[in-house]
Design a protein around this ligand. Structure first.
Ligand code: UDP
Length: 243
């Protein structure tokens, strides 16, 4: 089975390694490529927002399981996915590829101080990257205008860290215009990459309590986490409907 359907979202049934090989192939061929890394929150949000669901169904070229919740759901539905493939891991890997190949990269998203720190990090650690654009995610322009601005720089790679579904809306415009780049929404990745937001200490990571650490640090995340029990419940319901 090529695709695994979890509550209407078609995930690609591929390992990290398989994804990487395909992305390299498409980079070589300059094929317009739109990658979505979807976690349970994104699946739930698409179920409530038809416009977002349509982007995932019609515009995205690849959808990876960004989160153990999606991997577990696929298993419950008896159509397992091989592994979790996170946006952050793909992002850091693609940046490494960009540095090795001297590629043109456009970054958009996060707070001004964060994107500034990201620029500094790239100059220091990824000196071969041609950074053709780096702008924060708090612009007022409409997305069509932003898309035009990005297209003019002829990037090989575009990363948007605007939160969902806004980042996917922007990338869907570029994909429809057939921008010959590999494009991916990366959520909070710039915050972590810049070092402005720290990952949880090892203890929390090893105890699978990273979510708890983040919750204590950012109590506003509580409301977002409330969709998780509903996600599990809806997957259970959809399993019953399968029978
Ligand atoms: N963000 C932005 N513009 C906005 C709202 C958010 O650039 O108008 C950025 C925010 O600074 C953060 C990223 O979008 O860097 C999304 O972060 P979040 O933690 O919500 O991402 P997720 O958990 O969905 O991956």
């Amino acid at each position: 089975m090529n695709k695994v359907n979890v509550l209407g979202v078609n995930f690609d049934n591929k390992t990290l390694n398989q994804f990487q090989n395909e992305f390299i192939g498409r980079l070589n061929e300059h094929k317009s490529t739109f990658i979505v890394t979807a976690n349970p929150e994104i699946v739930m949000s698409a179920n409530e927002n038809p416009e977002f669901m349509k982007i995932l169904t019609s515009d995205a070229d690849y959808i990876t399981a960004d989160g153990i919740g999606v991997v577990k759901a696929a298993k419950m539905l008896k159509t397992p996915l091989p592994e979790r493939v996170t946006g952050y891991d793909l992002f850091t890997w693609l940046m490494k590829v960009a540095n090795e190949r001297n590629l043109r990269v456009y970054l958009i998203g996060a707070k001004p101080a964060v994107i500034h720190a990201v620029q500094e990090k790239i100059a220091r650690d990824y000196p071969e990257i041609q950074l053709v654009g780096a702008e924060d995610g708090y612009f007022k322009d409409d997305l069509d205008l932003v898309a035009l601005r990005i297209e003019r720089t002829q990037p090989d790679l575009v990363f948007a860290a605007l939160g969902s579904p806004r980042q996917e809306k922007l990338l869907a415009i570029l994909r429809k215009n057939l921008l010959p780049a590999v494009m991916m929404g990366v959520g909070g990745s710039f915050d972590v990459f810049s070092g402005v937001v720290k990952r949880a200490p090892k203890f929390y990571q090893e105890a699978h309590l990273e979510w708890f650490y983040r919750l204590v640090k950012n109590p506003w995340r509580f409301k977002r986490m409330l969709v998780l029990p509903k996600f599990v419940n809806d997957v259970r319901k959809s399993r019953k409907e399968q029978k």
